[in-house]
Design a protein around this ligand. Structure first.
Ligand code: NAP
Length: 279
C-alpha cells in the first residue's frame, strides 16, 4: 500500500453514524480501507472484511478502535456464498445487527477480448457482481427482520455499492470489469426499487481514477499520471478519502431521501473531456 492508512485531513469527526453497525468488504486496502476508517471515525462499529492480507486488516481494526468504537477483521471471499453467510452470522452475533453495508471488494483481470480466458471473465464477474449480490442479500435479510430503529437511523438499512465510472464508460481491454460494473448499476437500481418500500436505501458510489493498488500502473510514473490527467477535467487524481467521505455522507441520514442513485466521485471524468476541444 502506498497511501497512508488515514490521511487525517479531517481532524474532527461528525458523528454521522453514531451507534450504527457497518460492514465494508475489501477493507484492508485502497478505497475500502479508507472507507472503513471513515465510518469508524463517524461513530460506527465496523467489520473489516478481507480475503488475503490479514495484517493490513488488523491495522485497520486498530485504527478504527482508536476512535472508541468496536471493530474486528473477518476473512471471507465475497464470491463464496457459504463464507458470506458465515461473515454476516458472525457480525450479527458480535454486533447484534447491521445498519450499513459497503459492498466494495473488487478486482481487475485485464486482457484484450481475444486473449481473455473464461477464468478471467468469471473471476471478475464472481467477485465484483456476484459478491455484491450475496452481501446485499444477507444485509437485506437483517434489515427486513429488524426494520427501522428511529433512535439509530431514519432508514431500515443502507447499502452502498462500490461501482465505477465504467458502469457507463466502455473500457477497451477490460470487458469483464466494465460488464461487472454495468451489472452493478442495474443490480443497485433494482434492489433500490425492491427494497425502498421497506425503508431500505440502496445507492452506488462510482469512483473515477483513485490512487490505489488496483490501478497503480495508471499513476505511478509522471508520464502515466499526465496521460491519466487528460481524462480528468478537475486535473487531480483522486484519493481513497475522496470516496470514503462520499460513502460516509451517503450512508448517513443527511442523505435519507437519496434512493437508487449513483454518486460519481470522479473529478468530472464522466463529462466526456475529449469533447472539451474536439467534436
Ligand atoms: P484495491 O486497493 O486493490 O482493493 C481491493 C480490495 O478488494 C482489497 O481489500 C481486496 O482484499 C478485496 N478483495 C478482492 N477480492 C476479494 C474477494 N474475493 N473477497 C473479499 N475481498 C476481496 O482496489 P481499490 O481501488 O480500493 O478498489 C475497491 C473498489 O473500488 C473496487 O470495487 C473497484 O472496482 C472500485 N473502483 C476503484 C477505482 C480506482 O481508481 N481505484 C475506480 C473505480 C472503482 P485482499 O487485499 O485481501 O485481496
Amino acid at each position: 500500500m502506498t497511501q497512508p492508512a488515514d490521511s487525517g485531513r479531517r481532524p474532527e469527526a461528525l458523528p454521522l453514524l453514531r451507534g450504527q453497525k457497518a460492514l465494508v468488504t475489501g477493507a484492508n486496502s485502497g478505497i475500502g480501507l479508507a472507507t472503513a476508517i471513515a465510518l469508524g471515525r463517524a461513530g460506527a462499529d465496523v467489520v473489516v472484511n478481507y480475503v488475503f492480507g490479514r495484517e493490513a486488516a488488523e491495522d485497520v481494526v486498530s485504527k478504527i478502535q482508536s476512535f472508541g468504537v468496536r471493530a474486528f477483521a473477518h476473512e471471507a471471499d465475497v464470491s463464496d456464498e457459504g463464507q458470506v453467510v458465515g461473515m454476516f452470522a458472525r457480525m450479527l452475533e458480535e454486533f447484534g445487527t447491521i445498519d450499513v453495508l459497503v459492498a466494495n471488494a473488487g478486482l481487475q483481470r485485464d486482457a484484450a477480448l481475444t486473449d481473455m480466458t473464461v477464468e478471467e471473465w468469471h473471476k471478475v464477474i464472481d467477485v465484483n457482481l456476484t459478491g455484491q449480490f450475496l452481501c446485499a442479500r444477507e444485509a437485506a435479510k437483517e434489515f427486513l427482520r429488524r426494520g427501522v430503529v428511529p433512535e439509530v437511523s431514519r432508514s431500515a438499512g443502507k447499502i452502498v455499492c462500490m461501482s465505477s465510472v465504467h458502469q457507463i464508460i466502455p473500457w477497451s481491454g477490460h470487458a469483464n470489469y466494465a460488464a461487472s460494473k454495468g451489472g452493478v448499476l442495474m443490480l443497485m437500481q433494482t434492489l433500490a426499487q425492491e427494497l425502498g418500500p421497506h425503508g431500505i436505501r440502496v445507492n452506488a458510489v462510482a469512483p473515477g481514477a483513485i490512487r490505489t493498488p488496483i490501478n497503480r500502473s495508471a499513476w505511478d510514473t509522471p508520464e502515466a499520471e499526465q496521460n491519466l490527467l487528460k481524462l480528468i477535467p478537475y486535473r487531480r487524481v483522486g484519493d481513497p478519502d475522496d470516496i470514503a467521505d462520499a460513502v460516509t455522507v451517503l450512508a448517513s441520514d443527511l442523505m435519507d431521501y437519496v434512493v437508487g442513485t449513483t454518486i460519481y466521485v470522479d473529478g468530472g471524468m464522466t463529462l466526456f473531456p475529449g469533447f472539451a476541444t474536439g467534436g
